[in-house]
Write a protein that binds this ligand. Sequence first.
Ligand code: 5GP
Length: 210
Amino acid sequence: MVGNGEPKPSKRGLLVVISSPSGGGKTTVVRRLLEKGGEEFTRSVSATTRAPRPGEVNGRDYYFLSEEEFRQRIAKGDFVEFAEVHGHLYGTLREQIERELRGGKVILLAIDVQGGLSIRRAFPEDSLLIFLAPPSLEVLEQRLRGRGTDAEEEIRRRLARVPMEMEMASHYDRLVVNDVVERAAEEILQAIRARRAKEELGPAAQVEKG
Ligand code: 5GP
C-alpha cells in the first residue's frame, strides 16, 4: 500500500472554530477565509435537523438529516460534538475532521459556543477558538431582520441566546469584532498564521500557550 495512501504532511492540521451569535456574519467571514487560504483551508460540513433555507444545498452547506437519522448517528459515535441550538440538533462529523487533520489542513468550523468548547476538550492541542462579535446588539438585530429568512419568533429566539454566547466567548482564544468583513477575515488569518508558525517551532514554543 506504500505510496497509495494520503500524502504525509509534515505537520498536523488545525481546527479553527468560528462562533458568533446568529447574524454575526460567520458564514461570510468563513467564505472569505476559504478564498484567502486556498488549498490549505477547508471547512467542516455539519449535520443538522433543521430544514434547508432557500439556496442551501445538502452536502455543501449542511447534511440535512431527520431527527431519527441524527439520533442513529449519535448512537454510532459519528459526531465529535453535537448540540441543540434554537431547538434543532447540529453536529460535527468525526470522519471528515480526523481525515483532514491528518492531511494537515486548516479546518474552519462555523459552530456554536457549546460546540466550540467541546472541540477544544476533544482536541486541546489542535484547536483555535475565535469568537466573532458583532459591533453592537443593534447591528446584530438589523442583520437578522435584514436577512429576511427567519420569522419574528425565530429572530427573538436567536437574540435571547446572545448573553449566554457572549459569556461563553470569554473562554475563547480570540475575540474579533466583525465590523468590516475584510478586516475581520484578515485578523483571523493572522491569528491562524501565528498559531501555525508557533507549531513549527516545536513543543518548546507550545509551553506558554496556556
Ligand atoms: P444556522 O441554523 O443559522 O445555520 O445555525 C444556527 C447555529 O448552529 C449557529 O450558531 C451555528 O454556528 C450552529 N451550528 C452549525 N453547525 C453546528 C455544529 O456542527 N455544531 C454546533 N455545536 N453548532 C453548530
